[in-house]
Each structure stands twice: as C-alpha cells, then as structure tokens.
Design a protein around this ligand. Sequence first.
Ligand code: ATP
Ligand code: MG
Ligand code: FE
Length: 332
Amino acid sequence: PVLLAIESSCDETAAAICKDGQVLSNIVATQKVHEQYGGVVPELASRAHMQHIVPVVDQAIQQAGVSLEELDAIAFTQAPGLIGALLVGAQFARSIALALNKPLISVHHMQAHVVANLIDDPKPCFPFLCLTVSGGHTQLVLAESPTNMKVIGETIDDAAGEAFDKSAKLLGLPYPGGPLIDVYAKKGNPKAFRFPEPQIPDLNFSFSGLKTAILYFIQEHQQENPSFIQDRLPDICASIQDRIVSILLNKLKKAALETGIREICLAGGVSANSGLRNGLEQMGKKYGWKTYYPALPYCTDNAAMIALAAYYKFLEKDFADLSVTPTARAGW
Ligand code: ATP
Ligand code: MG
Ligand code: FE
C-alpha cells in the first residue's frame, strides 16, 4: 500500500509517504517561533501547523512522485501531544480521507517512535526492548509486534529530553539545549563532576532531582568563580550527559536481565545523543545484545515513523472512523 502520514503532535509539522513499508519521502518543518520563549508555546504551535501543513504535505507527495489517487490510506498522529497541534493534523487527514474516499489510520505517537527502528535494515527481531527517550516521555517498552507493545517502566517526573533541555537552560544555552549539550560534551571530561543517581524502584526513572542538583552545583561554583560556566562548559556538559546516560542505561540493563531479551533498541529525540548511542553499544557488547537505533532523521519527530506504524495497522485492516478525534493523553 501507498500511505500518506501526517505528524503534528508538538512543534514539527511533518508529512511522509511510504510504499509497502519503504519511505519514499519524509518532510519536516520545525517551528522556529518557540526559540525566543525557551519552550514550545501551544497556541503558536497550532497556528504554525496551519501555516505549514499544506506546503509540507504537497512537498511529501511531490518528492515521492505519487498521485493523490494512488494513496491507499491517510494516517495521522491521534495522540499523545498538544491538543491544539494534534487537531490541525487530524482535521487535515480526515478532510483528505473524506475528499478522496480513502481509509483513515490513527497512530499513537509513542508507538511510532518505537516503530522507527523498523524503517531501515538491520531491523530488530520480536520481541525486543525499546528505551524511548523524547521531549515528553521516558519509557521502557516491550514490543511483541509492530502493533502490540506495552510500557514496562517510565519516568515518574521529568522526561530525559527535559532533563537535557532544563540542564542546558541552567547553563544559559538556547532551547532546545539537548543537542548543544551533546556537542559540548564531546570536548569535555565526563568524570570531571559527579552528579547523583536517583534510587527509584522497579523499571521507573526520575530526573527532577538531577535538575535540582545541577542548579545548586552551578550556584555554589559561581560564588567562587563567576565565570565558572564559561570556563568549564565542556566538562559540565560531559558530566551531565554521562549521568543522564547512566541513569537510562542502568534501567535498560535491568529490563534486559529481567526479561531475558537481547534485542535492544533506542527511540525518540534523545536517541540522537552520541553518548547514549555509544553507551548502548558498549553495554551491548558486554551483555551480548544486538543493539539498534533509528537513523538521525527518524529519532526526533517525523512522519516517516507515523507512516511505518500505519503500514502495520493497514496490514491488520485497523482503520479509524472518520469521526475520530485526537486526545492529548492516551494509554496503550
Ligand atoms: P514526545 O515524543 O514525548 O511527545 P517530542 O516529540 O517533543 O516529545 P522528540 O522530538 O522525540 O520529542 O525529541 C525532542 C527532544 O530530544 C528534546 O528534548 C531535545 O533536546 C532532545 N534531543 C535531540 N537531540 C539530542 C541530542 N543529540 N542529545 C540530547 N538530547 C537531544
Ligand atoms: Mg520537537
Ligand atoms: Fe515525539
């Protein structure tokens, strides 16, 4: 089947075409308006989606070289996300489906992040474990199939991406700071400073204590040396990244040992982090895992992953009613 997928859950307006599970086009417009506010402003996100959605979908269709008549279904992100942002993509998808008389497929954004691992070869075998680390979520997922997965652990407060972005903000770096911490960390010593590792039961995570620890750490050092951040930025970034990565990988290791699963994936925006990717590979060698992570364009929000998730739902004839509405929160 040829599928058109639309993603609009947060601050990227994205569209993609896939044919029989192969990505033919993948267009992402990242909204710039939020930078000056240091975070995503929901109302501005909705407006920007309305401005971008027509050109983005047009470009996806043109680049794929398909015609509207060739589409077999229209997919969209139904949940979770910012409700006003989701509504734009959902309404657009419903309108196209109605106008072309094609079936509609609703996709769960967090399941699609996991399915991003099935876009390129080599692909993980089922069942696999996926550590999904994004701007709003930190989840350990046990995937039995592309359409059957469950969350076996998650954060009780901040997400991993938030931990990166809030740390970056404390260091005076612009939003979103996660990728910048990654860049500076490459030039620093990860053992220069030691931040605490929280003791959280089961397979759950917590990052709010780390944020507070970093705040006090910066305040203390700045009392002695007002230019502490400028002087030591690479070492600070490397040490923060090292701790976030160790919190994540220690729980992933626990999940792998408890389930006995050795097919291990990363997903979500933070899976672009070089420290996390390297750390996973090292841990994988030590424990005999096969490790996977999506190509960089499929880590942060994109519509190719929505198209792939929709492809597997299409094979199961799992279509949505034209009256389907998006929801900000969604269980599995
Ligand atoms: P969710 O999927 O939970 O709704 P989201 O879609 O906004 O959230 P993503 O687009 O998957 O999140 O990821 C964005 C997050 O990834 C941001 O917090 C960003 O800082 C972080 N991120 C992206 N690249 C890197 C990197 N190289 N190192 C660390 N963090 C990164
Ligand atoms: Mg985003
Ligand atoms: Fe996302």
